[in-house]
Design a protein around this ligand. Sequence first.
Ligand code: ADP
Ligand code: TRP
Length: 318
Amino acid sequence: MPKKIMLSGVKPTGAPHIGNYFGAMKQFMDLQKEHEGYIFIADYHALNFIKNRDELKKNILGVLLDYLAIGLDPEKITIFKQSDISEHPELSCIFDTLMSVPYLKRAHAYKDAVAKGKEDEFSMGDFNYPMLMAADILLYSPDVVPIGQDQKQHLEFARDTAIKFNSTFGETFKLPEPMILEDVAVVPGTDGKKMSKSYGNHIPLFAEYDEIKKCVMSIITDSSGGVPKNVYAIHKLVRPESELKKIYEEKAGKYKELKEMLLEDLEKFIAPLRKRRKELEKDIPGALAILQAGGKRAKKVAEAKMEEVREKIGVKVY
Ligand code: ADP
Ligand code: TRP
């Protein structure tokens, strides 16, 4: 039985935190055991958020090292960057001719911008984001697309676009199935709200000991019944709840001790990842060679699909 194909994209928008790890990155690592597939760095998507050459470059390399450090195996998963495959924007352009403006106006991101009175700042790149994402996916005919809850609508756009293309030009694209990681609860940050870079309540995935310490000590402890729930919610990511329940009962009300335990458990989890990332940093050309080789493999698949598309739409005359 051939292995199923998975595909997902990651925006290179900065250093990951443990919420990203448990909410998304870890799932890719688990899936690679039984799937072949693609993880790509969505750098053209990131251009909607970052307009600084040095920052984008740094982030692209950063994401590559992050994924290699947590154990992405380039033998099983092709890792590449979107901008290496010109078929992504090419196909996206064709999709633009099929889907209407009112249809794209249904996008949550667009509606949010309008609701906040920021429509004027919404670029064509933001508006066409779902079409580029549809191209990212449909070029590779994946069986599953693992995504977070927040990406659900984007996958529906990709499916609708495939249906529209197939009904207009004949069966070409496989309908992608989302794999929404519902069982992964939202990881809370140090203030109990969703952990997010933009809230400043995050614990970086590759943090140094002192940095982890600072984050842990800043966790807000408005507890009831002696259990500091924000401490517990993070702790259960790195130690089984069967062990935690007993510990938190025994140390009820002793916040400092519980935080110290959490700090040590986080350090045990983060230290090997941090070490591996530092080793990878010593061989940047080696990491970039993996990305480039991945691009060559992905290009062959994307090129073949694009040839089929050109044939179907009628631009292939020789
Ligand atoms: P941030 O909110 O920090 O900017 P992103 O929006 O870049 O994070 O998220 C990248 C991926 O990580 C997405 O798939 C998202 O669903 C997941 N993710 C982000 N924050 C969390 C969290 N607190 N808990 C679970 N998953 C998360
Ligand atoms: N939009 C996704 C995010 O913000 C990233 C992404 C781009 C993606 N293209 C994709 C995810 C294709 C899955 C499949 O996280």
